[in-house]
Design a protein around this ligand. Structure first.
Ligand SMILES: CC(C)(COP(=O)(O)OP(=O)(O)OC[C@H]1O[C@@H](n2cnc3c(N)ncnc32)[C@H](O)[C@@H]1OP(=O)(O)O)[C@@H](O)C(=O)NCCC(=O)NCCS
Length: 297
């Protein structure tokens, strides 16, 4: 099935997440490569069902190389765009430099192109690796907002935790029914990465406002970082800050704030990874933007 695999005594496997042993082999590869534990997803219902993993496995069932695509519909300037995200790209050190990654990337790109994706997105600390495939860096900006006038609010704020089953149910239901947090640049719906990102960073607070909105945020006593809003409607910044009952000196919004009814100015954001895009819808992306950290993949 794969000449490259045969040459190296490896088996190519696609769409293998239904096989728990193969999924666990990928968990090990990502743990060894990036020191992250994606098996946390098992407690939330498993990996993204839209995942299209491509991997090479050795004779003992070990995953030596992987590259995955997944469906990641986006709202870009008011239009829903069929987009693919790429993640979990890794090759075990002893297998590097033999073209395994190039082979897996090509297979994943061919697959999403065949499915009619208009936009490809990835996050990387090695942009040169992807530039030769037509990806370009999309500079990101954080949005610094003026502190809004606080309002009296009847909204109740309640802390949620992804490890509490009742809270998890609330969060998952809202993630399924959410409005995109921005009409300019935001995921339409992404459940698994939100839950995984919330689990990876214990500083992230998830606060329910009434029953229909969850605010993802952090606060160090001075700066308030608004990371994401998951809800059937998007409250204004003033409503959020009032309901959270904080008085920040500085407010940084980590997505385009077009739905927040506030004034904010963009400042360049230097993250550890860079957001890269390609595809025909990439031309429609304009102006300062940021992918919510809760949608990072
Ligand atoms: C990056 C990585 C996946 C490459 O795997 P690999 O199997 O050695 O790659 P290949 O042999 O298939 O090479 C593919 C191409 O990438 C290039 N490449 C490899 N490592 C690179 C790097 N660090 N920076 C830029 N280009 C790189 C190769 O030169 C090759 O280019 P070519 O197609 O023009 O010949 C592997 O080194 C790895 O797992 N690194 C740690 C995890 C990581 O960084 N993953 C990517 C996250 S975005």
């Amino acid at each position: 099935m794969s000449e490259l695999g045969r040459d190296h005594g490896l088996t190519l496997r696609q769409d293998y997440f239904g096989d728990p042993a193969a999924w666990n082999a990928l968990v090990d590869l990502l743990q060894d490569t990036f020191s992250i534990d994606v098996s946390l997803l098992d407690q939330f219902g498993g990996p993204d069902p839209t995942s299209m993993p491509f991997g090479y496995f050795d004779s003992e069932g070990g995953c030596v190389a992987n590259f995955s695509a997944f469906s990641m519909p986006m709202i870009i300037n008011g239009r829903t765009v069929k987009a693919a995200g790429y993640q979990s790209g890794a090759v075990r050190p002893e297998w590097r430099g033999r073209g395994l990654y190039r082979d897996l990337m090509q297979r994943a790109f061919d697959r999403t192109a065949a499915e009619g994706c208009e936009l490809d997105l990835l996050l990387t600390d090695k942009p040169a690796l992807y530039e030769r495939y037509g990806f370009r860096i999309l500079p990101q900006h954080i949005f610094v907002a003026m502190a809004p006038k606080l309002r009296k609010t009847e909204l109740t704020a309640r802390q949620l935790s992804v490890v509490t089953p009742d809270d998890l149910r609330v969060i998952k239901t809202l993630l399924q029914n959410r409005e995109p947090v921005s009409a300019r640049f935001a995921v339409v719906g992404q459940m698994e990465m939100f839950l995984l990102n919330a689990s990876f960073n214990s500083a992230i607070r998830l606060t329910a406002l009434a029953d229909d909105t969850v605010i993802a945020w952090t606060f160090d006593g001075a700066t308030f970082w608004l990371l994401d809003i998951v809800g059937t409607a998007i409250p204004s910044l003033a409503t959020i800050v009032s309901a959270l009952d904080i008085e920040p000196e500085r407010i940084e919004i980590c997505f385009p704030p077009d739905r927040l009814d506030c004034e904010a100015s963009p400042e360049p954001y230097d993250g550890y990874t860079m957001l890269m895009v390609r595809g025909k819808a990439a031309e429609d992306i304009a102006g300062p933007l940021m992918l919510s950290p809760m949608a990072e993949f």
